[in-house]
Design a protein around this ligand. Structure first.
Ligand code: NAD
Length: 486
């Protein structure tokens, strides 16, 4: 049964409102392409209202600014309780709007409480330093919230991305305007309702659904937005960085795409490496920023590995995301499905060997067969561009030195992985690979305690971990005259 859709409007000042233009847009189920709701379509006028509300809530005399930091943490903990209460419903809604297999959606919502509580615990641990300086003075620093933050979300993990950004901004004491991705607006609205129920004062959290070119652009150009945190494509990330400097100087955190290398050495345990490599690229239909989309296998085991990888891919069950036995659901929409199928055609045309898959599944919904290419070389499009689909590209290498250079020969630098039983190999690789996250003998394994983010064109700034609040804070240095003699 389809989950109930309770919220479809914009959320400003703790109220549900229509867009000023009266416009709405459709959100569809990736499973069968059917329209599941019409959602208010916010644009510049609505962003202006939301930023005004967020500014009022950030005024030095507001309830939020005067609130004890421990109380802020308590509200976020209460929110964690509510997310846990509604975890099953939120998982169903995520799966319905996004096409994520229900098992994965439930895993995300089931562990959300732990992530929220981790960040909530940082709220009352934000503190400055006292600094000895020369002369008759002493200095101390205050760490203060940066102001109104614009948080722009992607469609691939709507709940997880909402929580990463919103919790950290609120723990730091900021106020926020959130723009969910137009493909998946529903869970952000449900979470906003829970934040209100948890006791977040009005204006602290606002949600404007809408398109990137209208609502997103308005937010990134707004002179009263102090910071933008964005997760999405590298292409849009670059536009956001430019926009952020156009009117005022916004602080920017960018979590962007990747073309992450996973290396399998010939001493690796293939009983681990084969399933992890598959999990790394086929999970969530390949719509994962850290997808292991360049799989480098040492030449001595290459043929054996390819055979096992093909068998694994063939065993993956594709179908209705709400079926608990299904491992792979639909791509998020028709556009993304066609984009991925286009990459598969490019792969074939450029000479990669299609070992299995490669086609759309059925004609309803946006499903693609788990696809494996062998004989892939570094100059092929499928080895260079982010596909964001269930496509495993297997490349061959001879030595560790060679594979490190080839792994780094990309503008991206989000994640990397290696399977080996040799500790020196693992340590050399982790030291020299250019990535923000590196896994050894595992993949896609993380927790709220682990900083997450990229280097090079995969962005900058880190979410999660103790330092995650820092980008939402400004350091103010205060120097006080203190004559040595009374
Ligand atoms: P996208 O860049 O197309 O869109 C992301 C968001 O930006 C959406 O809300 C969209 O409406 C908005 N947007 C689009 N144009 C804009 C503009 N000019 N100004 C302001 N906002 C604008 O990305 P997507 O297709 O939704 O998400 C997939 C991408 O996200 C992939 O590249 C993936 O790797 C990346 N991603 C990265 C991480 C990470 O943590 N590094 C996590 C998840 C996804």
């Amino acid at each position: 049964m389809a989950p109930e859709i309770k919220y479809t409007k914009l959320f400003i000042d703790n109220e549900w409102v229509d867009a000023k233009s009266g416009k709405t847009f459709e959100t569809r189920s990736p499973h069968d392409g059917a329209v599941i709701a019409r959602v208010a379509e916010g644009d510049k006028a609505d962003v202006n209202e939301a930023v005004k509300a967020a500014r009022r809530a950030f005024h030095r005399n507001s309830e939020w600014r005067l609130m004890d930091a421990s109380q802020r943490g308590r509200i976020l903990n209460k929110f964690a309780d509510l997310v846990e209460r509604d975890a099953e419903y939120l998982g169903q809604l995520e799966s319905y709007d996004n096409g994520m297999v229900l098992n994965l959606a439930q895993l995300v919502t089931g562990s959300a409480g732990k992530s929220i509580r981790y960040i909530a615990s940082l709220a009352d641990k934000i503190q400055g330093d006292t600094i000895p300086i020369d002369g008759e003075a002493f200095s101390y620093t205050l760490k203060q919230p940066v102001g109104v933050c614009g948080l722009i979300l992607p469609w691939n993990f709507p709940i997880a991305m909402f929580l990463n950004k919103v919790m950290t901004a609120l723990a730091a004491g900021c106020t926020v305007v959130i723009k969910p991705a137009e493909q998946t607006p529903l869970t952000a609205l449900a979470l906003a309702a829970l934040l209100k129920e948890a006791g977040v004062p009005k204006g602290v959290v606002n949600v404007i659904n809408g398109y990137g070119e209208t609502a997103g652009v308005a937010l990134t150009h707004h002179p009263h937005v102090a910071k933008i945190s964005f997760t999405g494509s590298a292409e849009v990330g670059k536009l956001i960085q430019q926009a952020a400097g156009a009117r005022n100087l916004k602080r920017v955190t960018l979590e962007l795409g990747g073309k992450s290398p996973l290396v399998v050495m010939d001493d690796a345990d293939l009983n681990l490496a084969v399933p992890y490599a598959a999990h790394g690229v086929f999970s969530h239909q390949g719509q994962v920023c850290v997808a292991a989309s360049r799989l480098y296998v040492q030449s001595t085991i290459y043929d054996k590995f390819v055979e096992a990888a093909v068998n694994f891919a063939k065993s993956i069950k594709v179908g209705n995301p709400t079926d608990a036995t299904v491992q792979q659901g639909p791509q998020v929409d028709e556009e993304m499905m066609n984009k991925v199928l286009g990459y598969i055609e490019r792969g074939k045309k450029e000479g990669a060997k299609l070992m299995t898959g490669g086609k759309r599944v059925g004609s309803t919904g946006f499903f693609i067969e788990p696809t494996v290419f062998a004989g892939v070389s570094d100059d092929m499009t499928i080895a260079k561009e982010e596909i964001f689909g269930p496509v495993q590209s297997i490349l061959k290498f001879d030595t560790l030195e060679e594979v490190i250079d080839r792994a780094n020969d990309t503008n991206y630098g989000l994640a990397a992985g290696i399977f080996t039983t040799n500790i020196n190999t693992a340590l050399q690789f982790t030291k020299h690979v250019e990535a923000g996250v590196v896994w050894v003998n595992t993949y896609l394994f993380t927790g709220p305690q682990c900083p997450f983010g990229g280097v090079k064109d995969s962005g900058y700034g880190r979410e999660n971990g103790i330092q995650s609040v820092d980008p939402y804070l400004e350091v103010k240095t205060v120097t006080v005259a203190l004559p040595k003699k009374l």
